[in-house]
Design a protein around this ligand. Sequence first.
Ligand code: ZN
Length: 160
Amino acid sequence: MQIAKNAVVHIHYTLKNDAGEVLDSSDGSDPLVYLQGHGNLVVGLEKALEGKKVGDSLSVSIPPEEGYGVRNTDLIQDVPRSAFEGVPKIEVGMQFHADSNHGPRTVTVTKVADDTITVDGNHPLADQTLHFAVEIVEVRQASKEELSHGHVHGPGGHHH
Ligand code: ZN
């Protein structure tokens, strides 16, 4: 069976940046399982996988526009320290969920000053070209229930 919309796909993958550093990989763990055509993966990777089948492997480079986006400076904000009430120690690299002008997002602390905390709502991999090496391990049709939820159930997916 070929990968098409509504297929449940198991892949092994390695993600590298332009410098060739490994950012993420399924190496040594179970394959990543996702539902094709539901935005579970970045759009460029879903496009590259469309039509592939079990046993295929591919290398693909995905520009930021089809990956984690282009850095948007509007998403970098200075927030008063008082907004972090209840957080005993704020450090660079900590992540919080926040409501922004662009809807709910995960923001990362990038600078800590006495009264002001700078947070960045861009994805940590914004502006990066993503270099994926992917091997397709399994492809099956999704169940009706999986399709109504928009994600995969069972091993590697949601349990509920
Ligand atoms: Zn579900």
